[in-house]
Design a protein around this ligand. Structure first.
Ligand code: ADP
Ligand code: MG
Length: 446
């Protein structure tokens, strides 16, 4: 009696200890207890799960099977009765599940390689991913890293985007950390790798929040920030202390774009004179300051109230496209936000969109908008964009240059915080007139 009480006590103490461990240090608990237990479960049930998700294949295999000879029993019994057994090697159909590689733990789940059966394609696994996620009782399963004959499945236990904690400032030039990716890693925007970004989403989906995060991350850096805000300037005017230039009317935006194109061309001339392909290979004292251009609602730039604005709109479109085409080499980067960025806005928009290789798609109202932002990617990215809930503003699908995409969420940066950053770093704001007026004198290279 005392013996069983003692055992019960020890078990209770162990359970309490595990519970406390899990609460106090979930990361070490996951790696030392949670993950190994999960891994055992995944290996043990894999055949079952694969069969349920229709990923198994039948193979003919030699097996030693009992060879039963049915003999009709007495007349009173209707069923046949087996009376004799013999064991014999014969070919039978065997259900084989795709071979599992080693499970590797990640912070929020695990990843594992799978070998495809002949005739299977990664899309079969993408289709089955939701079923696998339910079978494993995890938040999501994604197919990543497709190699010939193999795929990697990435399981995430819970949605890491419910609460995002991140600091946009990275301390590296032109690099911002606006939030988190679904796999638990930091979402990093590096303008030197992906120079131009398109940021779409319905109203209240988190577009401006992302712009705030970018502004907050860039404010402490030696860069010039430029804003286009044709919705009366309500969005960007509070950030004016850190903006080198801000256009709030069509007239201003045409002038500012002319300045920008001139500046890009000046930089091009400087590079040519020094035999440099881009500003980063120029001697340090000649290297111009990078410019990041934020456009709040791109449709406003293209909308025409009447015919008289036609020329201005055409000029705007051409100038913006020119900046996008040349910006990468000459350190002028674009972040274009909009609810819709389609050809219905006018000629030039599609060409501009093609230049914006970084894509961020927040919640959208219609599938076409998601298609415009992510159309050239994996269809699964489009599906993921369509199911972003209105209750989670800031959640988006991010696609960079390498063709891969991620679910991500920006960190919440209220306007007040961005305004504070703009004031705190106002002393770093380059003066626009000096910036565009003082293009280094073009001297032929010695
Ligand atoms: N990443 C985020 N995390 C939490 N709340 C957010 C996030 N992004 C936006 N929000 C909330 O959603 C509201 C609308 O976002 P906003 O960026 O103004 O949308 P949009 O510019 O697309 O209309 C914000 O006021 C904020 O309260
Ligand atoms: Mg907005």
């Amino acid at each position: 009696m005392t013996h069983s009480l003692l055992v019960l006590g020890v078990l209770a103490a162990a359970a309490a200890g595990l519970w406390a461990w899990r609460r106090c240090h979930p990361v070490s608990f996951w790696y030392s207890v949670g993950f190994p237990a999960r891994a055992v479960l995944v290996y043990l049930t894999w055949h079952h799960v694969a069969s349920g998700c229709k990923l198994t294949r039948n193979r003919r295999r030699f097996r030693l099977t009992p060879d039963a000879i049915p003999v009709v029993g007495p007349a009173s019994r209707s069923a046949a009765t087996v009376v004799e057994h013999k064991r014999r090697v014969r070919r039978v159909d065997v259900e084989r599940s795709p071979r599992l590689g080693i499970l590797r733990p990640t912070r929020l789940g695990w990843r594992m390689r799978l070998r495809l059966h002949d005739g299977q394609v990664p899309a079969d696994y993408e289709k089955a991913a939701e079923g696998i996620a339910h079978a494993w009782r995890v938040h999501s399963v994604r197919v990543v890293d497709v190699r010939p004959g193999r795929v990697t499945l990435w399981a995430t236990m819970r949605d890491p985007l419910v609460e995002v904690v991140s600091v946009p400032e990275t301390g590296e030039l032109l690099t911002v950390r606006p939030g988190k990716l679904e796999n638990g890693r930091d979402w990093v925007i590096d303008f030197r790798t992906v120079p131009h970004w398109l940021n779409v989403g319905a109203t209240q989906s988190g577009k401006s929040n992302l712009a705030n995060a970018l502004l907050k991350g860039l404010a402490p850096q030696p860069v010039a920030l430029v804003g286009f805000d044709l919705k009366g300037g309500v969005e960007f005017t509070p950030y004016a202390p850190r903006l080198s230039a801000l256009a709030t009317t069509r007239k201003e935006s045409v002038d500012l774009l002319v300045d920008l194109v001139d500046e890009v061309e000046n930089r091009m001339a400087t590079c040519r004179a020094h035999g440099a392909r881009n500003v980063w290979t120029l001697p340090e004292d000649l290297r111009p300051i990078p410019i990041v251009v934020l456009v709040d609602e791109v449709a406003e730039l293209f909308l025409m109230a009447d015919k008289s604005e036609k020329d201005e709109v055409a000029k705007t479109a051409t100038a913006l496209l020119r900046v996008a085409q040349l910006g990468r080499a000459f350190a002028v980067y674009l972040v274009v936000c909009g609810q819709r960025v389609g050809s219905d806005l006018g000629p030039g928009v599609t060409a501009l969109r093609a230049q914006l290789s970084g894509r961020v798609c927040h919640r959208v109202n219609d599938p076409e908008t998601a298609n415009m932002a992510l159309g050239d990617l994996d269809p699964a990215a489009l599906d993921a964009a369509r199911v972003i809930a209105a209750e989670t503003p800031g959640v988006c699908i991010v696609a960079g240059q390498d063709g891969s995409w991620h679910r991500a969420r920006s960190v919440y940066v209220p306007e007040g915080e961005a305004e504070q950053a703009a004031r705190d770093f106002a002393h770093l704001t380059p003066d626009w007139e000096t910036l565009v007026g003082s293009a280094p004198v073009v001297r032929p290279a010695a």
